[in-house]
Design a protein around this ligand. Structure first.
Ligand code: ZN
Length: 312
């Protein structure tokens, strides 16, 4: 068993010891006993993304040691895909982050799990906010993604996040995701790519985002829980307004091998080729690349977006 697998097993065991199976497997709760907001932190939608799970456990333990730190409300921590986390594999049968389709007749572990989670959310719609925490397995990438209809998103992120890339989307681009479940109940939700799973920085990005969120909702006293990193706001927020999904068909390649997030494609430019055709841009656009090397089986190879820079 390698080091990553040891972590996955250790974290899933921790959740198993502290969860509330009468409500939902993999759900831990810190309750202040006082009225206030109800926030949901989610990790391990993909079982090999262990860093945010470590951050959730660290926060849970902080309140176990000092329950008085939580002044108001309730925190729920959900290990979304316990089985895949215990195996330290992205998935058991399918991608949980595409399994939230009510009309699906799929079977398999993730489909069953998606139904369990959907039922839980249907009965607990009073969440003020949901953070769905992810990491990347290769490269280094930090991004917060949210639904375009969340009009207070820029405000919230400016106060709580030192990530500088943000992306807004409409459900049609990324259907059946975990976030789309919360979108359907109008619960503000954010998907956060915290960085490379093996770097300590990604644990601190996840941890600090959760602490800042609790401060934002006045659930904890400002500064009462030390941040793991230095909170330095970028000068600008760069918002990628997603306009088009880039499909990675067989033999897919970007024309520019050095293409990266922020690269510009001009109107009329062929920016990718595949076995039976090419992708051409119909407008001046920016590229947004969540993965470095897309595979034909991936839902998308990235997105075309309009970029807005907002001075902070
Ligand atoms: Zn993920």
């Amino acid at each position: 068993m390698n080091r990553e697998q040891v972590k996955g097993l250790k974290y899933s065991d921790y959740f198993k010891k502290h969860h509330k199976p009468d409500i939902l497997d993999g759900l831990m709760v810190t309750d202040s006993g006082n009225q206030g907001d109800n926030v949901l932190f989610v990790g391990g939608v993909h079982g090999d993304e262990t860093a945010p799970v470590a951050a959730m456990i660290k926060l849970y333990k902080t309140f176990l040691a000092k329950p008085e730190l939580l002044k108001k409300g309730q925190i729920s921590y959900l290990l979304a895909n316990p089985k895949a986390t215990s195996l330290t594999k992205k998935r058991v049968d399918s991608n949980l982050n595409r399994a939230f389709n009510k009309n699906s007749t799929n079977s398999g572990y993730e489909s069953t799990r998606a139904t369990e989670i959907t039922n839980f959310v249907e009965n607990n719609q009073n969440f003020s906010i949901v953070l769905d925490l992810h990491t990347v397995i290769s490269g280094e990438f930090r991004l917060v993604i949210f639904n375009k209809k969340q009009t207070s998103a820029v405000n919230f992120l400016d106060a709580t996040s030192d990530v500088s890339y943000f992306a807004s989307y409409e459900n049609e681009f990324i259907p059946n995701t975990f976030l789309s479940l919360f979108n359907s109940f109008d619960i503000p939700s954010y998907g956060i790519e915290c960085g490379n799973n093996k770097s300590i920085k990604s644990i601190s990005v996840a941890f600090d985002q959760m602490v800042k969120t609790l401060e934002f909702y006045n659930m904890i006293e400002k500064g009462s829980i030390p941040l793991m990193g230095l909170f330095t706001k970028s000068e600008y927020m760069q918002i990628f307004d997603i306009r088009k999904e880039i499909k990675p068909y067989p033999d897919f390649n970007f024309v520019d091998p050095n293409v990266k997030t922020g690269s510009i494609v001009k109107k009329g430019q062929i920016y990718a080729t595949y076995r039976n055709g090419y992708h051409i841009s119909h407008e001046d656009m920016h590229i947004l690349l969540p993965v470095e090397k897309p595979r034909p089986t991936d839902q998308n190879a990235g997105f075309l977006a309009k970029v807005y820079r907002i001075k902070r």
